[in-house]
Design a binder for this molecule. Structure first.
Ligand code: PLP
Length: 392
């Protein structure tokens, strides 16, 4: 076969997909698989959003729109940033894309040069590392663990900055840990960015799924931070719209223009009628989202308490998102890895979880609680029994 471009070797195949495919096959074979693998809400997209998109198709909103999104969508996003985040982004500072994943890709492509370093806090969503490399950059990883609740210390943050630092990715609430960065941490990141003049790319996709804490946008910390920040969010998680592919970014005007220009030549606009649905989502009353958020909170309480009741397991209480990231290192035998444990749990106990190593969180397992409370209770009971039996 003719060789492919070197670039493609920068992307690592995802063990998550292998586990998901195996879980699906076992289910099809009739096994009672309980899955904690999903990275998406298990709710349906609320009806008013679907109705608006259907209406848009009927009205002929099926053509190209401006690459950065329709003015109506960018105005709705602008109002959302003002109302929910206290951030002032005019519509021409906003670029709507095919999911937040695409917004982050655009942001990295327009800010990173070959050889630049981008600071990442591990455990991190693996897409970041691959997208940094695709932009020619190198991830500079800060490692955190369950003991500190997966939050970096101020010294770790300061120590990660080098002469090559070009950007830092902030993800609060985090996938995979659910951790929320404190105000003190945010302030330190902001002051480092100002002092060393680097970009902050903040992925706030889980901003509405927070439990007992308030979400804060780092760009709100002052004009100098705002001028260096690209704020990314989207519809996927808040409104159960993962398949619609609508994300967006608010950025300083020159950055927004560059992202839009890049998008001109890569995807053009995100789907026209999905944009119409996104406007309906952004205009929905808080009560509609609150019902989903409350359910996630109840599930979080359930899964965290059940995981911590298993001998040897340590699970910090995640402040947001829908993941519990638990340290299983005391349950591992000899030089067994979390990858091996995750495979064994699927093969022997029919439990699908994502190994922490995927996120540079070795010894840990990620449990998505985007599944019913009954399934959570049944699944974690089965896990506890299985681990107890294999000790014997
Ligand atoms: C941290 C994080 N950012 C972004 C995304 C992607 O969001 P979107 O569906 O808008 O591309 C995900 C999805 O799993 C995520 O976990």
């Amino acid at each position: 076969m003719r060789p492919l471009a070197d670039r493609i070797s920068l992307i690592k195949p995802s063990p998550t997909l292998a586990i998901t495919a195996k879980a699906r096959r076992l289910k099809q074979e009739g096994h009672d698989v309980i899955s904690f693998g999903a990275g998406e809400p298990d709710f349906d997209t609320p009806k008013p959003i679907c109705e608006r998109a259907i209406e848009a198709i009927r009205q002929g909103e099926t053509r190209y729109t401006p690459s950065a999104g329709t003015m109506a969508l960018r105005e709705a996003v602008s109002r959302k940033f003002e109302r929910e985040n206290g951030l002032s982004y005019s519509p021409d500072q906003i670029v709507a894309s095919c999911g937040a994943k695409h917004s982050i890709f655009n942001a990295l492509q327009v800010t990173i040069n070959p050889g630049d370093e981008v600071i990442l806090v591990a455990p991190y969503w693996m897409t970041y590392a691959d997208q940094i490399r695709l932009a020619g950059g190198e991830p500079r990883v800060i490692h955190t663990d369950a003991q500190t609740g997966f939050v970096p210390t101020l010294d770790q943050l300061r120590g990660a900055v080098t002469s090559k630092t070009r950007a830092m990715i902030v993800n609060s609430p985090s996938n995979p840990t659910g951790a929320i960065q404190s105000r003190e941490t945010m302030k330190e990141i902001a002051s480092l960015a100002i002092r060393h003049d680097f970009w902050i790319i903040t992925d706030e996709i889980y901003e509405r799924l927070v439990y007992g804490v308030e979400h804060q946008s780092i760009a709100k910390l002052g004009q100098e931070v705002y001028d260096r920040t690209i704020t990314v969010a989207g519809c996927s998680k808040t409104y159960a719209m993962t398949g619609w592919r609508i994300g967006y970014a608010g950025a300083p005007i020159d950055v927004a223009r560059a992202m839009s220009m890049l998008q001109d030549q890569v995807t053009s606009n995100p789907t026209a009628f999905a944009q119409a649905g996104a406007i309906a989502a952004l205009e929905m009353p808080d009560s509609a989202i609150e019902a989903m958020r409350k359910e996630f909170e109840a599930r979080r309480d359930l899964i965290v308490s059940k995981l911590n009741a298993i001998p040897g397991v340590r699970c910090p209480n995640p402040g947001g998102a829908f993941y519990a990231f638990a340290d299983f290192s005391q349950c591992l035998r000899g030089d067994e890895s979390d990858l091996e444990l995750a495979n064994e749990l699927l093969d022997q106990a029919y439990l699908a979880v994502v190994p922490g190593s995927v996120f540079e969180g070795p010894g840990c397992l990620r449990f998505s609680y985007a599944t019913s409370r009954e399934e959570i209770a049944r699944g974690i009971d089965r896990l506890a029994e299985y681990l107890d039996a294999r000790k014997a």
